[in-house]
Design a protein around this ligand. Sequence first.
Ligand code: TXE
Length: 480
Amino acid sequence: MNQLQNFINGHYVNPINNNWIDNICPANGQVYGKIPNSDQNDVQEAYTAAANAFPIWSKTTIEERSKILLKISDLLEANLDRFAKAESLDNGKPISLATTVDIPRAASNFRFFGNAITQFASESHESVGHNAINYTLRQPIGIVGCISPWNLPLYLFTWKIAPALAAGNCVVAKPSEITPVTAYLLGNICNEAGLPKGVLNIIHGLGATTGQAIVAYPQIKAISFTGGTKTGAQIAAVAAPLFKKLSLELGGKNPNIIFGDCDYDLMLETTVRSSFANQGQICLCGSRIFVEASIYDRFKTDFIAKVKALKIGDPSDKNTRIGALVSKAHLEKVKQYIALSKEEQATVLCGGNEVTVPHLENGFYLEPTVIEVTTNDCRLNQEEIFGPVVTLMPFKTETEALNLANQVPYGLSATLWTNNLKRTMRLSSELQTGIVWVNTWMMRDLRTPFGGTKASGVGREGGFEALRFFTEPKNVCIQY
Ligand code: TXE
C-alpha cells in the first residue's frame, strides 16, 4: 500500500497529527493507499518553510528561476510513463489520455512559465510637462496558496504552481484528496531539478480542514483555486475579509451550438470528444448541445451511433476511451441527474446505466449518456453534472440559439460550429463566456487568458494574466 507524505521544506514528512485518509482506486473501488489528513499545524510548518525560502527565491535571477522550471519540465517528460500510469490509476482516466494530455500538459506548464517569465515586463508612464516618470514594479506577492481539483490532477496543479514560482513566490499547495499521487511524486522531481528547499510545499488532506487552513492562514496572501462553484464561494467568504488576492476557476455548463452549415464530420468527431473526454469531467466539456432544426434528426442518429461505439473499460487498457468516474460519491451524483430525466420530461436516448467491467467489478463505470430535453429551463440544463452526460435540444434561429446558450448561471466556454463568418463574429461577441471556440474544441494556446464569467469564476489564468495575478504591482513616481 502506498503511504503518501507531505512535502515540506524539501523533505517528505508524516502529518503531525498522524491522521490518514484512504485513497481509493476508481477502476476497482479498492483502497490502495493512504494520504495525510493534514491540519493547521502542517499548514503552519509549510508556511514557515515557504517564508524562510522567500527572501532568497524572490531575489533569485529570472534566468536561474527559468532554468529550474525548464528542468522540472524536462524531468516530467523523462518520467512520462510513470506519471501517466499513476494519474490513470488514481483518477480512473484512460491511460491514453493521461499519456497524451495530462502529463505532457503538466510539463508544458513548467516550460511555458519558465519561458514566459523571461519576457514578462511592466509599464512606465512619462508624465509629460511635470518632469516625472512613473514605472511599475511587479514584485512577488510572498507566500501563496494553490488548491486544485481531481479531474485533471497534475495538469491543473502545475497550471497554478508554475506561474506562482516563476514570478518569485513561495507556495503552499494542496492537490485534491481524491487524486493526490502525481502531486506527491512532483516533490522528488523538484528536488532533482534543484528547486531550493521550502520554495514549494505540497500538503495533503481534506478540503474542509487542510484546504480551509490554507485559505484562512492570514499571511498566505493570495489563493488560486480551481474546483466546484460552491467551494469557490466558501473560499471567497473566508479570504475576502482577510483581503487576499483571489483567482477562482469554477464550474461550467457550456453550450455547444451547431449550425447546419458546419463541416459536419469534423463537428461530429469533435462533439463526441467535447462531450465525453475524461468521462465528461472537464469544466470545458460542451454539456448542452443545441442543434439547428434542419440537421437535428441527422445529428441525433449519427451522434448516438458514435457514442454507443465508445469503448468503456479498464483505464489501463490503451484502447479504452471511457474509463471510470473519479469516485463512488461522484458516480451517485451523476446517476441522480440521469434519474431526473423522468421528472423533467426528458428522454434518455442512449446510455444511463452503470457498467460492470470484468475483473474490475467494483469500479465506478457509467455509460456515456445522451438526454433529449424539451426545455433549457430544467435542472438537467442548468446545473453542472460533470460526468458523461450531455443534453440535446433543437433550435430554429440564431437569436434563439444565443438565448439558450446564455440563459444559464455559468459562463466558462462555448463552442460554435458554423462556416458563416458574420454569424461567427456576432455570436462570439454576444456569448456570455470567457472562452469561445469556433469549429474546434479545447485547442489551448497557453498565452491566452483562461477563465470564466458569472458563476464560472473570477479572474483569468494563463499567459501574462497569471504572472500579473501572482505579482503585486507597485507604482514608483520620480520627479526630476
Ligand atoms: O470539488 P471541490 P468536489 C465541480 C463538479 C463537481 C463539484 C464538486 O461539478 O461535481 O465541483 O466537486 C478543496 N476550502 N468541479 O467537491 O470540493 C478540495 O480539497 C479550501 C468542477 O470534488 O471544489 C480540492 O482540493 N479548499 C471543477 C479542491 O478544493 C477546499 C473540478 C476542489 O474540490 C474546500 C472539480 C474549502 N472549504 C469539480 N473545500 C472544475 N472547475 O474543473 C474543498 N476544497
